[in-house]
Design a protein around this ligand. Structure first.
Ligand code: SF4
Ligand code: SF4
Length: 478
């Protein structure tokens, strides 16, 4: 029977080896099968009854080094909780303005298309006055921030190009001495030379949404008259390459992957299509959690092709395949593993009494999304119709109690999180708990199984990569 006095660990295997993830130190132990079985039995029964003397010795040695501790968090509290007022007053890092809720396209999966819960296209535009107030608020609350980052978001933000121009000019006048960065996310159908020339002048990073070759892109990204938008976008990209070649390094593409499409075709497009292949691209799957009915449909063939590309990526990482054969789409997959397992997995000696699962940003500080009416939200991904996600407004400022609640979303599922081996890798923030304006335990717990499966998969793949590069040893601390 598992209890709280046995090691707080998680067991997993690859084809070649046995591993134990040690929650308290964040270390991964590679052990032989006797040790693995004995520790597993210890966790299950609460007793360490090894019949193998070697195994007993190895387990004692691991324990002496500080691993296999049974300690669990006593309290769930986000590390930023105590200093939250200070962070919100002085350290804001990014402001995104929703300059309009209108769009000239009707993408099937867009959060404003009507296929999603809680969001619909409207003609609400941000006034210049609201934009100025939001900029002033940001400048006032970022005295300890070296660089100011501004994003322009829609609907389609270029419908409000005049407003964007005026706002950037206002920012430049009112934030002298600070470094600035600008981002704009667009469907690229409204770009013209005048706009690109302005964007180039202010080094605005441009993220263009494109989903693959014409036959795939035009299925989802359609104009109001139901015609596709691909040809217009390609023409505009060509215009940038020909007339503003030095602006190219500020342009990137963002692709929404729809599993009903042919993965090979999309992959081929981003790897070889002239005019696209030279730019950086990022990829995200269609978010299924907001969709009302059957827009999302998993396709087996798509998964198979995707997994094969992951396999090729692994082959390239161990020098068995030339990098040029690796899909751009799955490159991000490797970076995720690297990010989670190497960069964000400090192995520690001490055990904390208080902690919070991974996931939540410091809402308002890391990012502040101001919608067209001047209401505050943590980011562009959350629903603007959700009362739970509204963290203030241009007139009332930050609602610190609500922000405290959002960053401490782990307290909603406190008991489950205290006993969850995957907590340090968890990626659930309040967005995943939002159920039509209420923070719901059930809604959040719905995603937990998936989180643990994904984390275990990442652990396995990380160890697999290590196996390919490292020599065999009885116990290896990764
Ligand atoms: S998705 Fe969640 S963690 Fe990410 S920025 Fe938005 S609110 Fe913060
Ligand atoms: S997966 Fe669920 S139980 Fe585990 S830490 Fe995340 S929210 Fe908590």
């Amino acid at each position: 029977m598992k209890n709280n006095s046995t090691p707080f660990v998680h067991f997993f295997k690859t084809h070649k080896a046995n591993y134990i993830y040690d929650f308290n130190t964040n270390a991964i132990l590679k052990v032989n099968s006797d040790v693995y079985d004995d520790i597993q039995q210890f966790v299950e029964t609460g007793e360490l009854n090894s019949t193998c003397p070697d195994s007993k010795e190895v387990i004692s040695s691991i324990q002496r080094q500080g691993y296999l501790n049974s300690f669990r968090w006593k309290e769930i509290l986000h590390p930023a909780s105590k200093l939250l007022p200070y962070y919100l007053d002085n350290c804001m890092q990014m402001l995104t303005l929703q300059v309009t809720q209108a769009c000239n396209l009707r993408c099937a999966y867009c959060t404003y298309s009507g296929n999603f819960v809680n969001r619909h296209h409207s003609n609400v535009r941000m006034s210049y006055d609201t934009a100025k107030k939001a900029v002033d608020f940001y400048i006032k609350h970022s005295t300890n921030t070296d660089k100011l980052n501004f994003g322009f978001y829609g609907g389609e933000p270029l419908l409000e190009f005049e407003l964007i121009k005026n706002v950037i000019e206002y920012i430049e006048k009112n934030s002298e001495g600070k470094e600035k960065g600008y981002n704009l996310t667009t469907n690229a159908t409204l770009l013209n030379e005048e706009i690109v020339s302005f964007l180039q002048e202010y080094d605005v990073r441009l993220t263009i949404s494109i989903d693959g070759p014409k036959e795939i892109h035009d299925k989802n990204r359609i104009k109001k008259d139901c015609s596709g938008s691909f040809d217009t976008i390609i023409e505009n990209i060509k215009m940038i390459s020909e007339k503003f070649p030095s602006y190219g390094d500020k342009v990137m593409f963002n692709c929404v992957l729809d599993p009903r499409n042919d993965f090979g075709c999309i992959n081929e497009f981003f790897t070889n299509y002239e005019g696209i292949n030279g730019f950086y691209s990022s990829f995200a799957h269609i978010a299924k959690e907001y969709i009302i009915n059957d827009v999302y449909d998993t396709a087996e063939e798509y998964s198979k092709q995707y997994d094969y590309e992951v396999f090729k990526l692994f082959m390239s990482k161990i020098g068995r395949l030339d990098k040029k054969h690796v899909s751009k789409i799955v490159e991000a997959y490797y970076l995720n593993i690297k990010n989670a397992m190497i960069d964000n997995r400090p192995v520690t000696a001490g055990m904390a009494k208080i902690g919070h699962h991974g996931g939540p940003c410091i809402a308002g500080m890391h990012k502040l999304f101001v919608n067209a009416q001047g209401d505050f939200y943590p980011c562009e991904k959350v629903s603007e119709c959700s009362e739970a996600m509204k963290i203030g407004s241009i007139d009332s400022g930050f609602n610190q109690d609500k922000i405290y609640q959002l960053i401490n979303i782990g307290q909603l599922t406190e008991n489950q999180c205290k006993g969850c081996w995957a907590a340090k890798f968890c990626y659930l923030c309040a967005l995943f708990a939002d159920d039509s304006g209420n923070l719901s335990i059930d809604r959040k717990m719905f995603y937990c199984k998936q989180v643990r499966e994904n984390v275990e998969q990442q652990l396995k793949e990380y160890c697999l990569l290590k196996e390919m590069n490292f020599d065999e040893e009885d116990v290896y601390i990764l």
